[in-house]
Design a protein around this ligand. Sequence first.
Ligand code: NCD
Length: 299
Amino acid sequence: MKMQHLLDIKSLSDSDIKEILDLAQEYADGKISAEKLRGKIIFNLFFENSTRTHVSFETAAYRLGANVVNWSVESSSMNKGESFIDTITTLNAMHPDAIVIRHSEYGAPISVSKNAKCPVINAGDANRSHPTQALLDALTLRQKFGKDISGLEIAICGDISHSRVASSSMRLFQRLGANVRIIAPQEFMPDEIPLNVQAFKSMKDGLINVNAIMMLRTQKERMEKGKIPNDNAYHEKWGLTKDLLALADANAVVLHPRPMNRGVEISSDVADDPKRSLILRQVENGVFVRMAVLDLLLA
Ligand code: NCD
């Protein structure tokens, strides 16, 4: 891989994307013995809550034999008034071999990459970018539909405008040749519909014949109080149910980055459908994708 950091999908070349996905699949197949990063020290800097992504990066590092230092904003000197950049330069002076960062501010990982002397991996910033999530989504679809996912019809549904997952996955699916639709209420539509993305304002219209459906959580923490939709009313109109799933292709699969709100954006019978739901497979693949990224950037 030519690049030094993983900051977003846009800065990956086609061959970087292929290299990451192919290597992640080799890890998934158990083909590689996993002690490649023995002795390396990885800093996990989480300025925002996370369950999956944090634990997944940590697990990936341990699986490769690396050591992890977990840092969280609550227990840091930022509470004593230290600036973000001073915190980063302090941590950088300890010479970590890589920094993984999640931050609620747009572009924070990019400014870390300018102030650190090691590879920086974006574990999600604001609603902008979540590249490893997009990569694990793509890996999950490749396992189901074959390595070439071009021509696949993929619908991303729900709170698109607040979702960094939607933003990165849309871009990556298109790079891999898939056709992307977004289905959302007007208030969750992005201000600008990305080029060649088809936008739908009803689940019934948008889901017809799709091969994959990605459901998204309504990101209440990013909404003004008065604009948060009522859960039941939202489910009625925008929740993925068995009936709506029946409009998609007969073999269509369901994705969700989690955390998932059952009975809001997705009904439990769909989320737990062993034939259709790939949601736990996504979690598994998260570790393999992050192993591949750490391996390619650090080894
Ligand atoms: C997402 C995130 O934090 O962007 N979760 C994840 O990383 N799997 C999605 C969300 O919070 O809804």
